[in-house]
Design a protein. Structure first.
Length: 240
């Protein structure tokens, strides 16, 4: 299924680390914002366990990665970012994380949540970082039942005044059985510009950019968009 141009608005992207949204959906995000839709990010950790430079303190790495993610978001038209500050490398789908994501959902009121798969991919193990799996599970639990249930996380309603909100659909990234394709041929360069902002994480940009181009072409070909096109794919999950 190819996504219609008049799809959901607003959209919330929930991921574990800075750069996860850029790998998973930055091309789609750039297309959505170009179409005038509001996209917000919710980043579970500051990514302080990332990178390979041991001379940088973890506090400095966290600060740097927030800056990189903010610049990357701007490259695809996103200015609204919620950083939750959970511990990088130790994310669990706890009730506290579910509450924190529920808070962002009730604040932004998205029609669509885009997040990571809670299922391990045995063909591409690097796509199944434990933090990714946990963030995906927590996000799905926040979508249903937490964000729509007035009796879940009562402080959000009683102390913060955040009314329940029902998300219409979820897009899961990096799923082998993805059924929804977004043509990003016109926004692939925006995706690459966003990824290039994460300079603390990658040593060989040329190799990475070629891999990204290859994955995007493969997605398009597998989903029947034709030669020369680029795409990102998702598994669409209705929540009604």
């Amino acid at each position: 299924m190819t996504e219609n141009a008049d799809s959901a608005d607003p959209i919330l992207v929930v991921v574990a680390h800075p750069d996860d949204c850029d790998f998973g959906c930055a091309g789609s995000t750039a297309r959505w914002t170009a179409e005038g839709r509001q996209v917000s990010y919710c980043i579970v950790t500051d990514g302080d366990a990332g990178g390979s430079d041991r001379s940088i303190s973890r506090t400095e790495m966290a600060r740097l990665r927030r800056e990189e993610q903010t610049a990357a978001a701007a490259a695809v038209g996103v200015t609204d970012i919620a950083f939750l500050g959970h511990a990088d490398g130790r994310v669990q789908p706890t009730i506290e994380l579910r509450r924190d994501i529920t808070r962002v959902i009730r604040q932004r009121k998205p029609q669509r949540v885009v997040t990571q798969s809670p299922e391990r991919n045995y063909q591409r193990i690097f796509a199944s970082h434990p933090d990714h799996l946990a963030a995906g599970e927590a996000a799905l639990s926040a979508v249903y039942p937490d964000s729509r249930n007035p009796f879940a996380h009562m402080d959000l309603l009683e102390k913060e005044g955040l009314e329940p909100h029902t998300v219409a659909e979820v897009y899961l990234m990096a799923m082998a059985n993805g059924d929804t394709v977004v043509d990003i041929t016109d926004t692939l360069e925006n995706k690459l510009a966003a990824l290039k902002c994460h300079a603390s994480q990658y040593d060989n940009w040329e190799d990475l950019s070629e891999r990204i181009r290859g994955w995007a072409r493969m997605n398009a070909e597998q989903k029947g968009l034709g030669e020369g096109r680029s795409a990102e794919t998702f598994l669409q999950v209705p929540t009604g």
